[in-house]
Design a binder for this molecule. Structure first.
Ligand code: UD1
Ligand code: UDP
Length: 401
């Protein structure tokens, strides 16, 4: 019997957990060949725990680094210090990180200091703008240079890596596990709070809004919210569902502009299952989130991206996503166009899956095993070779269940 390879998955925020959930499950499923360990940094606390509950992930280690008002120095320092004794004790064969957060970068750096190989999920996303998004663009560039295996979600991401000199044999186009998670979640029954359900029963069209990017804090957020205030005034059949990020700097702007307005449904961050079902039932999506930008096209929802640049150009190229920035008038005009013109709406409402086919996690795990000569390399994800349909969403769990 071959020696098992020990893989340590490290993540800390909500989106990392969602995108690592199926990877962790796949690692655990192959327990005949793999010993899987999970470390959460808890850079996010409540928003991370929501995801751990949904996917029944029980971390082996929890660094508990989150503190109110944390800055980049706090998180970077705490993750490095927290990982040191764990890596020293566990000495995994590979450490796997996901995405572009401070946890991602500091996790990869800690592994490098122990000369432990690093696998990077969602590698090769680029805007080529140092401060947009901040600090994510540089986090992922640095993670690329610390990593040994690169799981690119799309062929465009692979090209970006090759241009930076990454060895082609170390890059695998796998698709993004965000689509694996979405696929699983749509098949599970969900519960929606009655207050939120009313948004859909009492209004004709619902916009789903999420905002949290650091570079949008302050006046860009105010601009976005002011645009929505005008739109609500001009379109009496319109409602906005807005699960507000836990960041107090986001909450402060929301309180100033949107709190208390009719047809604005402000909620705490939603659990993943109700969230994606809101996304699935919404008329359109307005967001500065990375993950939501990937999910909405798979659900056939037009998505207006509240940023000037994106590292996810594929859905823009397919016509399902559009960059609208944060200027009040720009946002208002773009939303109004989709509300006024059926033609404009239909042109964007295409279900496309440039980001995956629901099989990213098995490919990633196979690529890891191929690195250790346990398996052949996986077949690549090719969106054009397979029209992948999302499953129909399940019905809601009745209120008295
Ligand atoms: C982080 C990531 C960003 C990612 C986002 C996903 C960095 C630098 N940023 O941004 O790339 O897109 O997560 O949401 O890694 N907070 C809570 N409870 C929580 C979560 C956060 O109170 O469950 C508070 C924190 O205490 C902090 C603030 O929200 O004061 C911001 O959290 P932080 O992780 O530093 O940055 P995000 O903006 O969430
Ligand atoms: N999400 C969620 N509940 C919410 C808002 C978002 O579960 O109230 C999920 C969403 O489905 C997506 C992910 O969180 O998969 C996106 O996370 P976020 O926007 O915080 O981070 P980003 O993707 O921008 O890094």
């Amino acid at each position: 019997m071959e020696k098992k390879i020990k893989i340590l998955s490290v993540f800390g925020t909500r989106p990392e957990a969602i995108k690592m959930a199926t990877v962790v499950r796949e690692l655990q499923d192959q327990s005949d060949a793999i010993e899987s360990k999970v470390v959460v940094t808890a850079q996010h606390r409540e928003m991370l725990d929501q995801v751990l509950r949904v996917f029944a992930i029980k971390p082996d280690y929890d660094l508990g680094v989150m503190k109110p008002g944390q800055d980049l120095f706090d998180v970077t320092g705490a993750v490095l210090a927290g990982l040191k004794p764990i890596l020293d004790r566990e000495r995994p064969d590979m450490l796997v990180v996901q995405g572009d957060t401070t946890t991602t970068f500091a996790g990869a750096l800690a592994a490098f200091y122990f000369q432990i190989p690093v696998g990077h999920v969602e590698a090769g996303l680029r805007t080529y703008e140092k401060y947009a998004p901040f600090p994510e663009e540089i986090n992922r560039v640095m993670t690329t240079h610390l990593a040994d295996l690169h799981f690119a979600p799309t062929s465009q991401a692979r090209e970006a890596l090759l241009k930076e000199g990454v060895t082609a044999e170390r890059v695998f186009v796998t698709g993004n596990p965000v689509i694996d998670a979405l696929h699983l979640a749509l098949q599970r029954p969900y519960h929606m709070e009655p207050e939120l359900e009313r948004a859909f029963t009492e209004n004709k069209r619902v916009i789903l809004l999420t905002t949290h990017r650091r570079e949008n804090l302050g006046s860009p957020l105010q601009e976005i919210y002011l645009a929505l205030r005008n739109l609500l005034y001009n379109y009496p059949d319109l409602a906005v569902v807005f699960p507000v990020h836990k960041n107090p700097k986001v909450r402060q702007e929301v309180a100033q502009v949107l709190q208390g307005l009719p047809r604005v449904y402000l909620t705490e961050p939603l659990d993943y299952l109700p969230f994606i079902n809101v996304e699935n039932r919404a008329y359109l999506v307005l967001t500065d989130s990375g993950g939501v930008q990937e999910e909405a096209p798979a659900l056939g929802k037009p998505v207006l991206v509240l940023r000037d640049v994106t590292e996810r150009p594929e859905a823009v190229a397919f016509g399902t996503a559009k960059l609208v920035g944060t200027n009040r008038h720009q946002v208002e005009e773009n939303v109004a166009r989709l509300l006024d013109s059926r033609e404009a709406y239909d042109a964007m409402a295409n279900a496309v899956n440039p980001y995956g086919d629901g099989q990213a996690a098995p490919r990633i795990v196979q690529a890891i095993r191929s690195y250790f000569n346990q398996a052949p390399p996986p077949e690549e994800f090719r969106p054009e070779s397979k029209r992948y349909q999302m499953p129909e969403a399940r019905a809601q769990i009745p209120e008295n269940d």
